[in-house]
Design a protein around this ligand. Structure first.
Ligand code: ACO
Length: 321
């Protein structure tokens, strides 16, 4: 018994902020952002929280699958930008869509989060029949909009899948890893100890994204190809058998470098980073749904899903769609 992906969906908030829009807020240019990242625009939430985006995805999934909410056994939301620390975003989704028989919890593995969650769903489906896995982020609230080195990179959005127990397992290999010793390379959302018993002097600005961009770049371009190769080694596939590589959309140059490292034609690496920027846990399911909806990804095709980012973490799955 294993996991099969029944449906995919995504939702992004309507407001679009272009690179040119950002030049009115900070000292940057479309040329700098496009040439270093491939990003042209991003969607930014105005009145919508992370749960709002996730709920829209969950509702679409139920509708597309023609599945009553009561049939859902579990809901996992991968996010690093939840509405609250508690309740979990997944629990808010569960309540709102009326999935009264579902257990619900969030996980945080930053940009690897959706793939971590998908592998957890695979384990849960040994017992349960049907679940929803969503990656959802409102990263704009973790961005210091005065800090050009990070502000230009991130965007908001959500994507997800409805998964079912199946005798023909679709998820055939997984490779998850964490590099906690390098966690300081990329931080956001610091929660100060601020009780009557402490005097935490940590800079309040640690709430916003802080990143050693070059170190993250090096990490991604070295560790992601290795993770993909470890996942492939668990299958009967060769790298060339893979129809599509659906990677976390952080930066177009990172995708080019990974394709080059692996010796795979870059055309097999789907990308929508130009439209959405880096949406962390949302990026892989958002790209997956777009490619399914436009007919590029077809049933039976071999996919590699791979994420990398905060933690630091990497995560890869090999899937027969
Ligand atoms: N506009 C104009 N100039 C800028 C901007 C900007 N938005 N940001 C930085 N600069 C300047 C810097 O101040 C610096 O100027 P200086 O040379 O006068 O000091 C110059 O541009 C070069 O800055 P670098 O940071 O060295 O630029 P680099 O070429 O390394 O590109 C980037 C930066 C795009 C962030 C790159 O390092 C990268 O892609 N890293 C990976 C980041 C990533 O993918 N992070 C997401 C991880 S996913 C997650 O878990 C959230």
């Amino acid at each position: 018994m294993g996991l099969t992906i029944k449906q995919t969906a995504h939702y992004v908030p309507p407001k679009v902020v272009t690179n040119d829009d950002l030049t009115t807020m900070m000292d940057t240019s479309d040329e700098w952002i496009s040439s270093r990242t491939g990003i042209k625009q991003r969607h930014i939430a105005q009145d919508e929280q992370t749960s709002t985006l996730a709920i829209k995805v969950a509702q679409q999934l139920l509708e597309k699958a023609n599945c009553p909410a009561e049939k859902i056994d579990f809901i996992i939301v991968a996010t690093m930008s939840p509405d609250y620390l508690t309740p979990a975003t997944a629990a808010i989704v569960q309540g709102k869509i009326g999935a009264k028989n579902a257990l619900a919890f969030d996980i945080n593995a930053a940009c690897s989060g959706f793939i971590y969650a998908l592998t957890l769903a695979d384990k849960l489906l040994a017992t349960y029949h049907c679940g929803i896995v969503i990656g959802a982020e409102v990263l704009s609230k973790l961005v210091d909009w005065q800090e050009r080195s990070t502000a230009v990179l991130f965007g908001d959005g959500a994507g997800g899948v409805l998964v079912e127990q199946s005798p023909q397992a679709a998820l055939i290999a997984e490779d998850l890893a964490a590099y906690g010793q390098d966690g300081d390379t990329l931080t956001a959302g610091y929660q100060p100890v601020n009780s009557a018993f402490s005097n935490d002097q940590t800079d309040k600005h640690k709430y916003y994204f802080e990143m050693d961009g070059r170190a993250v770049y090096r990490f991604a371009t070295h560790e992601v190809p290795a993770s993909i190769e470890r996942a492939i080694a668990q299958t009967t596939w060769q790298l060339n058998d893979v129809d599509w590589f659906i990677l976390h959309q952080a930066n177009g140059r990172i995708l080019t470098s990974i394709a080059h490292h692996l010796g795979v034609p870059e055309e097999k690496f789907l990308s929508n980073v130009a439209k959405y920027g880096n949406t962390s846990a949302a990026s892989v399911p958002l790209l997956l749904d777009e490619a399914v909806t436009t007919g590029r990804i077809k049933r039976g095709q071999k996919l590699i899903l791979s994420g990398f980012g905060g933690g630091l973490t990497t995560a890869t799955t090999a899937i027969v769609f």
